[in-house]
Design a binder for this molecule. Structure first.
Ligand SMILES: O=C(O)CCC(=O)C(=O)O
Ligand SMILES: [Fe+2]
Length: 362
């Protein structure tokens, strides 16, 4: 019988540091990876003051005057980094109702004219002028580095939970200065009472990379994950936790053992204050070709996949190109589809390929 789930498991990171309780953590992690694809992590190692500072700055960023935010608009970034106003982004042909800013760890683009397009996906972030929000950049970069470090530790526990050597997944990451991980600050306003805002929230999707560490920065519910029978299960905020989920890249390279789970965000109810959230997206090397990487799982681990059964029908299909393209290309295609405006400006050939009829909605 297929294993299904009706809630998202909560794992306690403090179990890892005690040799007596560590095996229990690994067991619980194994269940979460194979059967759910989502988990909450409590007692994690990112200092509370780092998290609190991010929670404090997030609404203050969105409260800046529009002209300050527009100065760092993602429209002008070949790296899809910067500020995106409401309605800028498309998920599965549907317009999302959120405002956001995306940035990455400090990074110089490796792309030069003539190089493959996908190298250009990573590059410099755009930050608001220091004088308009003093301390913002330092707080965000400090947080990004701390979550990155936790994400690497977690990746090695995950390898262990899947019966691999703890270092088995390290080869997918480049040296720190060549890696870029993403952080997004998102604001989900309540829709207008007359429904004139169109489709609210963020539509069903998978994340692209290896792992996502989500900080839900307000107590609003809204995040939902889809179980094996297609039902939407709430993943409401739990104070002092991260919600961790698996991206399509990790699912692909583990041959479906670790499952990427479709999820979506519903807007807060009419009249509510906005919901804020801060996902960290752990990337892997732009050049990593996941089809070339055969990981050697022990038979008892592969059996867990059989016991779980098929992943079932979900409402989102994306990032299917892992079977032929390197990580950077797969993700660039994802960005091209969600931001045709940026694609048309900086990646005209890919734009034509994916939007042969021209700009959608025009
Ligand atoms: O805002 C959230 O809670 C989740 C957002 C999300 O799934 C994403 O940006 O990929
Ligand atoms: Fe997501």
């Amino acid at each position: 019988m297929a294993a299904n789930f009706s809630s998202v498991p909560i794992l306690d990171y403090s179990l890892v540091s005690d040799p007596h309780t560590r095996p229990l953590f690994i067991k619980q992690l194994q269940h979460a990876l194979v059967n759910v694809g989502f988990l909450y992590l409590k007692n994690h190692t990112v200092p509370k003051e780092y998290v609190d500072a991010v929670v404090d700055f997030t609404p203050r960023f969105f409260d800046l005057p529009l002209e300050i935010k527009e100065k760092i608009s993602s429209k002008n970034s070949p790296h899809f980094l910067g500020y995106s106003d409401l309605g800028a982004e498309i998920t599965k042909s549907r317009i999302d109702y959120r405002e956001h800013i995306d940035f990455g760890s400090d990074h110089e683009t490796q792309w030069k004219s003539g190089d493959p397009d996908y190298l250009r996906w990573w590059g410099q972030s755009q930050w608001p002028d220091e004088s308009s929000l003093p301390g913002f950049r330092a707080v965000m970069e400090r947080y990004l580095d701390a979550v990155r470090d936790l994400s690497y530790e977690f990746t090695s526990l995950l390898a262990e939970a899947l019966g691999l050597h703890p270092d088995a997944l390290n080869k997918f990451f480049d040296r720190d200065e060549l890696m870029l991980h993403h952080l997004k600050l998102a604001k989900y306003p309540a829709p207008a009472a007359d429904g004139s805002n169109g489709d609210p929230g963020v539509g069903p999707h998978y994340d692209a990379g290896f792992l996502t560490f989500l900080l839900q920065a307000t107590p609003h519910p809204g995040l939902q994950v889809q179980n094996l029978s297609g039902e939407w299960i709430d993943a409401a905020p739990i104070p002092d936790t991260f919600v961790i989920n698996i991206g399509k890249g990790l699912e692909f390279v583990t041959r479906g053992l670790a499952r990427a789970t479709s999820h979506r965000v519903l807007s807060p109810p009419v009249g509510s204050t906005p919901r804020y959230s801060v996902p960290f997206f752990q990337n892997i090397s732009l050049h990593a070709r996941l089809t070339d990487e055969i990981l050697d799982f022990p038979p008892e681990i592969l059996k867990l996949k059989e016991i779980r059964g098929d992943l079932g029908e979900t409402e989102s299909i994306n990032f299917a190109e892992y079977d032929r393209e390197p990580f950077g290309k797969v993700c660039l295609i994802g960005r091209i589809k969600s931001r045709p405006d940026i694609a048309a400006r900086f990646y005209p050939e890919l734009f034509k390929e994916h939007f042969p009829e021209g700009m959608p909605g025009q």
